[in-house]
Design a protein around this ligand. Structure first.
Ligand SMILES: [Cu+2]
Length: 514
């Protein structure tokens, strides 16, 4: 093995003074007092049917109850289950048909975070509401590498609250390249999704979004991993692949194992990394994913290896009997296409500014009816994403784009972090930093780009771009806030003037209309 892959990185890379621990409103995780429970690994979503070329799924957004703590169950939302969702597996190149059903009491959308599908309808952002009782069909064919992506609700400005209720599910893309790599891939046994979230439990074990509301992002003191409080996982193989998603509204996770166990990151948001990266610490900002392989070869039956965020245990890996596994992760994993920038294109500048209600993108708050930028399909553009917060009291804003996977070129002119050499759709931008990325779109459409602290996006730190094909111009029916607000009010049986949705405060307090 080369010296390069033997290097073990031992820091979180992000700027410590900007960690969310320094927030005025920071809610530290607390050690969980309830007994350990088996990790509730989401089951795979079974297709309705499958042919050589096509596969059909049905996804139902539904309300239910989930036993999370001793005592009363918690009222939760989920996809085909009461909380979070069953995991769909998409094979690259297959034609995928999905029936989307809304059985919730209010409108929602189904956003495919990380999928290169056309916007704004298939992508499932704010322009694609599905009203209670409605069913819609979408279909797409994926032309992107194997990756861990996710599905979540995205109805503006109620994305944060709906995700908080539980509307988030892991999704997996598979392809022939990943299939040949010596990675664990027995789902539920040695290939495990870990959705990291946090909640506060109020009276009778219920969640209360409005009571916990914070315009800089809602947090709770209890870690919820795959919808499980204080989980353990029974390890039955020497190596375990964890597909980790920061599915929290606000929380950054600073992950490390007991004994400072070294692990290997093999994938980022948009797919497998060109080379594995060995780490003892990993920080994820909201919506980022990392796939890691953990080798428990130095542990024996009866040992427990603990995954921590900061100093709080979040998952207990109970080591059982396993067969020795001598698989070696190769130094080179995949080739990442790196197209040359299209000549003579100006650098696209994006500015994320403010905190609390004052958050903006390019000095404006989001307007669903306004197209903020245009880029030709196939053009390869350089984007500079700047966070103008300052280091004292500023925060890391995770910048996310719909409709594409980008490459990180530099951070303030320096090399990106060692685990940022693969495809990404979300990148944490430190205060005072400009992250340069390379962006191209394969499909025409209208796509949102925004901070993924979900309360910031609801609060207006968001914009949208049209990716256009000059030979086939299109017009888009864009949703408007009045229509959505009226629908939400009607569904809740209240007057529209009494409607409260998280992001609205951020517009009102700035004297702006949503
Ligand atoms: Cu933000």
């Amino acid at each position: 093995m080369s010296e390069e892959t033997e290097k073990v990185y031992t820091d979180y890379f992000f700027d410590e003074p900007a960690y969310n621990t320094h927030d005025g409103g920071y809610v530290p995780l607390e050690r969980m007092k309830v007994p350990e429970q088996r990790l509730n690994v989401p089951p795979l979503l079974e297709p309705d049917r499958e042919t050589e070329t096509d596969i059909y799924y049905t996804l139902v957004a539904q309300a239910g109850e989930t036993q999370l703590l001793p005592g009363l169950p918690t009222k939760t939302w989920g996809y085909n289950t009461s909380l979070l969702g069953k995991t769909p597996v998409f094979k690259k190149g297959k034609h995928i048909h999905i029936t989307l059903k809304n059985e919730l009491p209010e409108l929602t959308t189904f956003h495919w975070h990380g999928l290169n599908v056309s916007g704004p309808i298939v992508d499932g952002g704010c322009h694609a509401p599905i009203y209670p009782g409605e069913t819609k069909q979408i279909d797409f064919t994926l032309d992107q590498p194997a990756a861990t992506t996710w599905l979540h609700a995205h109805p503006c400005p109620s994305t944060a609250e709906q995700v908080w209720h539980g509307l988030a599910a892991m999704t997996i893309i598979q392809d022939d390249v990943e299939a040949k790599l010596p990675f664990p891939r027995h789902y539920g046994v040695d290939d495990i999704p870990l959705v990291l979230q946090d909640r506060r439990f109020h009276e009778n074990n219920q969640w209360d979004y409005r009571a916990d509301y914070d315009p800089d992002g809602v947090q709770g003191p209890t870690a919820l991993i795959d919808g499980t409080v204080n989980p353990y996982f029974d390890v039955t193989t020497q190596k375990v692949r964890l597909r980790i998603l920061d599915g929290a509204n606000r929380r950054e996770w600073r992950l490390h194992f007991s004994d400072d166990l070294t692990f290997t990151q093999i994938a980022s948001d948009g797919g497998i990394l060109p080379a594995p990266v060995k780490l003892t610490k990993l920080m994820l900002t909201c919506a980022e994913r990392a796939e890691i392989i953990v080798d428990f070869g130095n542990y024996h039956n009866g040992d427990v290896v603990t995954l921590y965020s900061d100093d709080v245990p979040i998952v207990h890996f109970r080591i059982g009997d396993y067969q020795p596994d001598h698989t070696v992760i190769p130094d080179h994993l995949v080739d990442i296409p790196n197209p040359e920038p299209t000549p003579n294109l100006p650098i696209k500048k994006v500015v994320m500014s403010g905190m609390d209600e004052e958050v903006m993108l390019d000095g404006k708050k989001f307007d669903m009816q306004r197209i903020d930028a245009k880029q030709k399909v196939g053009d390869v553009a350089i984007w500079d994403i700047t966070n103008t917060n300052d280091m004292t009291g500023g925060m890391v804003h995770p910048f996310h784009m719909h409709g594409c996977q980008f490459l990180v070129l530099s951070r303030n002119g320096h090399e990106p972090y060692p685990n940022e050499h693969g495809f990404k759709d979300t990148v944490g931008v430190n205060p005072g930093e400009t992250v340069r990325i390379k962006v191209w779109f394969n499909l025409p459409g209208v796509y949102m780009y925004h901070c993924h602290i979900i309360e910031h996006e609801d609060g207006g730190m968001m914009a949208q771009i049209e990716a256009f094909d000059p030979d086939h111009p299109k017009t888009y029916d864009l949703m408007d806030m009045d229509t959505l607000a009226k629908a939400f009010a009607k569904e809740r049986g209240i007057d529209v003037k009494d409607l409260w949705m998280a992001g609205m405060d951020s517009y009102e307090k700035m004297g702006m209309k949503m």
